[in-house]
Design a protein around this ligand. Sequence first.
Ligand code: URP
Ligand code: ZN
Ligand code: ZN
Length: 471
Amino acid sequence: MKTLIKGGTIVLEHRVMTGDLFIEDEKITRVIDYADQPAEDTACTDKEFADRVIDAAGKIVLPGGIDAHTHFNLHVAVVTSDDFTTGTTAAAFGGNTMIIDHMGFGPKGCNLHHQANVYHGYADGKCLVDYGFHGVVQQVDDEVIEEMGAMVEDGHPSFKIYLTYDYKAEDKDALRVLERLGTLGGMTTVHCENDAIIDYLKKKFVSEGKLTPHYHALSRPEICENEAVMRMIALAHTAQNAPLYIVHVSSAQSASMIKQARQNGDRVYGETCPQYLFLDESCYDLPDGEGLKYIMSPPLRSRKNQELLWDYIKDGTLKVIATDHCTFNFHGDKQRGKTDFTQCPNGGPGVETRIPLVFSAGVSEGRITLNEFANVISTNPAKLFGVYPEKGVIRCGSDADILIMDPDREVTITKDILHENVDYTPYEGFKVKGWPIMTMVRGHVVVENGELKQDPGFGRFIKRHQADYDC
Ligand code: URP
Ligand code: ZN
Ligand code: ZN
């Protein structure tokens, strides 16, 4: 199959050009810049070359989105409403060509491969876009540290450790993981919140009968995140300057510490998510218990953080915008928190709205360039999580993972137009300018003009390799 994407604004790794993109089977084979070869000169070869010509005039052609932080089919006290089929369907409609899901915790004492096998069982044969998994560290002992080598060989070069929740890592454990993954060319990703602060404040609020969603945010204040981020930076620095990726940064103060560490030569990479750029803590006080929709950790912050986080995206401190997509129905499991916020499952939707929201506020409103947009939604996660340059870039020889955006299409986001399997979107009523109109994975169209063109099982498990830390 030969496809030609004609006349689009193509976002290459370091520049933007107008021209043609040639795809043969699953790979990009040629890129023609009209500045070098005018469009008229290519017209006759087009027909000979292509089985299909896609007119991309006036459209933006980007490397497909990579959402490096999802939780599909997550089993906590309850199970998330999106599984790997519904989740990756929504991902494809939202312009993503790959997701990297975080494995959840398994039975107490299980080894790393146990959860890898469980997750292959959840995802294989079910996905609409390509996928991988971050390993999860439940306990740290000699066996687990040793086993990381085989996990990396199996295509899982990144792991998440948690500084809170049931299986929280102690500092000495984090040091061992950081050092080992640094040696293996992998990546330690960390959920940074101080467990003792959360425990203390939650108990205090519960004893005082302060049980509304408002107190969820107050039980996990910014300082609780900031302390944990600073601690992890110190630990990674100590562990031979091991690479460190901090997930879901919500606080501008945390981002400033990451910036400082990077200026000191530490290999620290920040990730933020749309919820921290577009929503704020006032959501917890919405009437009719709607605050439950926004119970997630870290919680939404004060509005003043938002523009500062954009500044840290612009200056390259926050390398990735992912989603932490983790869905529970408002009229279902979220109601567990109706009379006590501590009982509400944590998390919210986002995999389908990330790209249009970030494009609209980022590119359409002039906060970031098209290249910076491509970096945070695709190229940087591809580099840091070991799929670059096969993915995350428009380049000859790379997978033809392509997102076409209509930069002029204005859409009002409502739950009804989305494909996420959950009964609300936190972005209800948000108006965006710029919408994904085609998602192509390895040269195959997955979504076109609002229609799904592939079946579950089309998406492939991607064996990831060592990270490219240079971003
Ligand atoms: O509230 C959240 N973020 N739930 C998902 C699990 C996590 O901590 O990433
Ligand atoms: Zn987390
Ligand atoms: Zn998460």
